[in-house]
Design a protein around this ligand. Sequence first.
Ligand code: ADP
Length: 160
Amino acid sequence: MMRKAIFPGSFDPFTLGHLDVVTSALRIFDEVIIAIGYNSAKKGFFNLENRIRIIEASVAPLRATGHQIRICQYNGLTIDLCEREGVYTLIRGLRTTADFEQETIIAQANKKLNPDVETVFIPASQRSSFLSSTVVRDVLLHHGDTSIFVAPGINLEDYR
Ligand code: ADP
C-alpha cells in the first residue's frame, strides 16, 4: 500500500526549512502532498500561482530522483482536505517549544474533529531551525539576500 501524507501550510514562501521537512517525510512516506492553505480573502505576500511555482522549483531535484510529491491548494479545514484526498496523515514541522505547544493544540483539535487523522511531527533541521517564512519576507522587503533561506537556485525576486 502507498503510504501518503499531507504537509499543509501557508508556504508564503516555501523555505529551506519546509524543503528539509519534505525531504525527511519522504524517508517515511511514499508520497507527500504539499497542500497550500490559501484563502483569496487573506491573500498574503506571494500569490497562489507564485507560491506553487516556488514549490515546484524547490522540489524539482527530489522529483528528479524519483520521489512522489504533489502540490495542491485548499481552503477551509485541513480535515476536510484529508477526507477529499483519502489521506489521514498530516505532517507538521517543529522548530521550537512554542511550535510544539501550538502544533499539539492543532493536532488535538484535528483529532477531535476526525479521530482518523494522525499528525506526525518532524523536527527542524539544524540548518533551518531559526527559519520562518516571515523572516524570509522581511529580508526580501528590505532587499536582503534571501537565497540562503530558500532552495538552491531560487531567486524570490522572480516571483513577486
Ligand atoms: P502555517 O501558517 O500553517 O504555520 P507555514 O508555511 O508557516 O504555515 O508552516 C508550515 C509548517 O512548516 C508548520 O508546521 C511549521 O511549523 C513548519 N515549518 C516552518 N518553517 C520551518 C522550519 N524552518 N523547519 C521546520 N519546520 C518548519
